[in-house]
Design a binder for this molecule. Sequence first.
Ligand code: PLP
Length: 441
Amino acid sequence: MQYWKKLTRSEIRNRVDEALNHNIDYHERSILGIPASHLDGNVFNKDADSLDNAPFLKTMVANPNHIGCHTMGESEPFFAGTQKLEQELISIVAEDILNCESDKYDGYVASGGTEANIQAIWIYRNLFKKEFGANYDEMCILFSEDSHYSMHKAGNVLNLDIITVPVTDNSREITRETVKQQIESAKARGKKYFIVVANMMTTMFGSVDDINIYSETLTNTGVEFRIHVDGAFGGFVYPFSTNSEAMTFANPHVSSVTLDAHKMVQAPFGTGIFIARKGLIDNVFTNEAQYVSGLDATLIGSRSGANAIAVWMILQTYGPHDWFEKIHILNHRSNWLCNQLKEARVDFYRHPGSNIVTIRAKHVAKELAHKYGLVPDQHNGNAQWYKIVIMEHVHIDHLIPFVEELKQSEKVTNHSILVTKKHRGTHFPFRFFRTRFFAGK
Ligand SMILES: *Cc1c(COP(=O)(O)O)cnc(C)c1O
């Protein structure tokens, strides 16, 4: 661990204070040229006493702008202090979570996973144009049918064709055969440059693509490709629940990664994270951004520095070990739910170690799904699946009434021969486990 250490509250407060002291203070200095200021003092409390123990709110009120990318060249000097903490956050994610070599990456806090995915695809589109003289109709975006819809947005915004790979119905996997088929047929239609998005946990299923299938098949086909990993959901989960490094920068085929801190990290919205190998981001430098010091290599433009501070604070509060434990507590709850579903013979999908459990819709009455806020794969009345995401606030005590109702519902009793009443002891999970599994009965 290069950067990531658990810090105390006062250490965090001091680091944020120090960072803010290296930003300009609109109250102390005459800053005449920038179209920005602290938050409106008539509306937002700027009283030092109430903000001193609230470093995030203090940063919000100071309102630093983190426009541009701060892992390269120069940046706006007015906000250098908090930009440096963002740089540290990017280092934690790139090096300590995603196994990138020191200083071999660029990255920034984006508005979300959507922006980070579009940023990646934008980079590879320009790279293929610049390095290979690729035409638009020779390029395409390749991803599985379970991928997030932001890839469709990217294709639309960036004028690129999309090619989706079907997945198996039960295991939600891309296969060598289907990937090969799609690549061959794309090639026959003149596609030579492939922008691949591999999923590190999909939104609906938590499934993880076998990235080697993409890299090996594309290499064998002899076409140019770059792989982006979409870890918007899984970026802060999967690296802690697996020993595999295939979705990290330890894999030479991984060029960039998206993570979202506003999902599992519970940071404020506006905290997507984009990381790419050093130099790739240069493909989207906007030289016309002349009024921005250091120009701009991001899609977004102005963005809140307080967002980056929030993510930095959360990760530093936990440190790597507490974060690992947190993910494993969610994993434990997910195991509990899966065991209950198995007992009731309810069909579901769950990737090992994932905190998303996706249940076949045939077992779930609409009213039940509505009551417990389950999310369907489609909202058009044709739901095939409903998902449960085991977040921090989803305790086993909240799952119990759902499981009880599910087991008693017609859709389940009609479907399966229920185990005897004696064993339906949802309220006593440990006794249940011990008698049924540990004693080998
Ligand atoms: C949520 C999500 C996105 C989009 O992220 P936003 O932050 O909503 O823009 C992209 N990909 C995956 C896998 C996601 O789960």
